[in-house]
Design a protein around this ligand. Structure first.
Ligand code: COA
Length: 256
């Protein structure tokens, strides 16, 4: 069993730690496979309601795809690499049925920033540094960065980041909407846990539907408005809806 991804479960929150600190948690194929396997299990584990992605050590969230692994790839191998990675990890996280929070403690570069952007919420330490530096290596982002960055920060800012490859600090990332919150390094995990407890108060089936509906807004193959109508009506068939509405009408807290 790989120890490149470590899982800790605590009060319905799964803390998923990428564990290659000596390589600044760079994503090699072993890490990507372990991430997919673990996330797949967490998605099916009813005891888990929120997932947190984080890096080991105090220097990096993830410093990118492992450059040593793809440096000699042919175009066909490169296509296979990103096809697999997008499907099994990045798109998988984006479409995860439970909220996923990225806890960005340090460098989130290239594939590392792409990983954070695939998550639903990003909380960063004020020491974090973010960039998509792929053009400095003669390549472009391949794990969805050219798509998710403009969605989050707008085309102009995304193109500036992608074309310069320049690093931005956490404060700048907050200003442009790339992260949701910036906190002191020592407060990062506490603040992430607070966000997780806010998420735990709400209906999980409705959260899964909300993720799906929001993602539909960015999927040209479907009408987000139609998806929203379908999912809205489907909520009326869930136990969560009965519990949520009955709790309100009976002036008590809902128990999801
Ligand atoms: N792929 C493979 N190995 C990586 C890596 C990556 N993306 N990022 C860091 N590492 C490795 C380094 O090669 C080094 O390994 P070594 O000790 O065996 O030589 C180790 O992690 C520590 O990194 P190092 O560069 O010595 O740390 P630093 O503090 O001097 O610099 C960074 C930190 C993040 C600025 C630098 O590591 C870097 O630029 N990394 C690549 C970032 C990148 O281009 N990512 C996009 C990839 S698509």
């Amino acid at each position: 069993m790989s120890n490149t991804v470590l899982i800790t479960l605590s009060d319905r929150v799964a803390w998923v730690r990428i564990n290659r600190p000596e390589k600044l948690n760079a994503l090699n194929s072993e890490v990507l496979l372990a991430l997919h396997t673990e996330l797949d299990q967490l998605q099916n584990n009813e005891a888990v309601r929120v997932v947190v992605l984080m890096g080991s050590g105090d220097k990096a969230f993830v410093a990118g795809a492992d450059i040593s692994e793809f440096a000699h790839f042919s175009p066909d191998q490169a296509r296979e690499l990103v096809h697999e990675g997008q499907e099994k990890v990045f798109d998988f996280i984006q479409n995860f049925k439970k909220p996923v929070i990225a806890a960005i403690n340090g460098f989130a570069l290239g594939g590392g920033l792409e990983l954070a952007m695939a998550c639903h919420i990003r909380i960063a330490s004020d020491q974090a540094k973010m960039a998509l530096p792929e053009v400095s290596l003669g390549v472009i982002p391949g794990y969805g960065g050219t798509q998710r960055l403009p969605q989050l920060v707008g085309k102009g800012r995304a193109l500036e980041m992608i074309l310069t490859g320049a690093m931005i600090d956490a404060q700048k990332a907050l200003e442009i909407g790339l992260v949701n919150q910036v906190v002191a390094p020592e407060a990062l995990l506490t603040e992430v846990a607070k966000m997780a407890s806010k998420l735990l108060k709400n209906a999980p089936a409705a959260q899964a539907a909300a993720i799906q509906a929001v993602e539909a807004a960015f999927d040209n193959s479907q009408s987000g408005y139609d998806v929203e109508k379908d999912l809205f009506s489907a909520c009326f068939d869930t136990e969560d809806f009965v519990e949520g509405t009955q709790a309100f009408l009976n002036k008590r807290k809902a128990n999801f």
